[in-house]
Design a protein around this ligand. Structure first.
Ligand code: TXA
Ligand code: MG
Length: 320
């Protein structure tokens, strides 16, 4: 449990222009005052992230949408009403209060009201927007525990709020509501089917390339171990080949895990279903590095519902 004093200390750090890592339902964020340019500069430097990549502004309440966005399309209003608080980021035209440093100079801003008790307590106590990318170094695996944050960013963060493991485990769905029809820029816990349903069937998907949502690079979310995607039926032969070549080889596969696997293959604790796969995905990628694996063979889940988000992250993690 988080105590009020910890929230107070975090708010004080934000007001001083400091950096506060906090849990959300998706992944841990590295937050700062979204209107403080010096704090934003420190945020980008700490992440080692190019300043042209926009960050998401987290808001205390759905009603704040009209303060941080302008000329809202119906899609933005509908999705905010139906999905916030929750794992959905809305790209809208930005209001005058959003500084260039948040958006990389774009005329649009990504906004989200998260659904996590510590995040919501922090946002309510701060009472304004908190800019927060995922609390990992640029290009690496996103953190889903406070220990992950400390391991990655350590002393460069002023306060780390520990809210336990993130429930969802993969980043929010991003929808650009400034185009007609609206477009999904990043797949996440809120499925394409659900977005389409809420928007009367009208939604595009623009998840390829890095132009739509700068930072959704084709290679991303990568552990040090080489990630290779394989079909369940091909795991045994593939593993045997790699082991024979002298590699330290691991396997991440959902239940039912293929049988008759070669000795020496390190089988990581398998997820039971797509939701659990999302929940443990980044922990397993981190485990692969902790175990010193050279190669991680991965059987992705079926790309339906949140399984699509897991498959997307695995595709990017496996891009050489
Ligand atoms: O679940 C999440 O969204 C987490 C938690 C902390 O909220 N945050 C997160 O932030 O994943 P980050 O910075 O790792 O990813 C933000 C993505 C980037 O790909 C960025 O390009 C996109 O959001 N984005 C932000 N503002 C945008 C804008 N105005 N237009 C297009 N894409 C935008
Ligand atoms: Mg990120």
């Amino acid at each position: 449990m988080i105590r009020d004093e910890q929230i107070d200390a975090a708010v004080a750090a934000l007001r001083r222009g400091g950096l506060v890592a906090f849990p959300t339902e998706t992944v841990y964020g590295l937050g700062c005052d979204a209107t403080n340019n010096d704090a934003l500069a420190r945020l980008y430097a700490t992440k080692r992230r190019p300043t042209s990549h926009p960050v998401i502004v987290h808001l205390p309440d759905t009603g704040d949408l009209v303060e941080w966005g302008r000329d809202l399309d119906d899609a933005a209003v509908t999705l905010a009403r139906e999905c916030w608080p929750g794992p959905l980021t809305l790209v809208v035209r930005r209001s005058a209060r959003v500084p260039d440093a948040v958006t990389g100079g774009r005329d649009t801003v990504g906004l989200r009201v998260p659904d996590q008790p510590v995040a919501n307590a922090l946002l309510r106590a701060f009472g304004a927007g908190i800019a927060a990318p995922s609390a990992n170094r640029f290009g690496r695996v996103s953190p889903t525990t406070a220990d992950d944050v400390r391991a990655d960013l350590g002393s460069e963060v002023d306060v780390v709020l520990d809210g336990g493991p993130c429930t969802v485990g993969v980043e929010s769905t991003i929808v650009d509501t400034t185009t007609s029809p609206a477009a999904i820029l990043r797949v996440g816990a809120i499925s394409e089917g659900r977005i389409a349903e809420l928007l009367g069937g009208r939604v595009d998907v623009r998840t390829a390339g890095e132009i739509a949502a700068p930072g959704t690079l084709s290679r991303h979310y990568s552990p040090c171990a080489r990630v290779i995607l394989v079909d369940a039926g091909a795991v045994g032969a593939h593993a045997a080949g790699r082991l024979a070549a002298g590699d330290r080889v691991g396997l991440l596969a959902p239940e039912p895990v293929p049988r008759d696997l070669p000795a020496g293959l390190v089988v990581l604790d398998p997820p039971m279903d797509a939701a659990q796969y999302a929940h443990v995905l980044y922990a397993r990628l981190r485990a692969a590095d902790r175990l010193g694996l050279d190669v991680l063979l991965v059987v992705p889940p079926a790309a339906e519902g949140i399984g699509a988000a897991v498959a997307d992250r695995l595709q990017r993690a496996s891009t050489p």
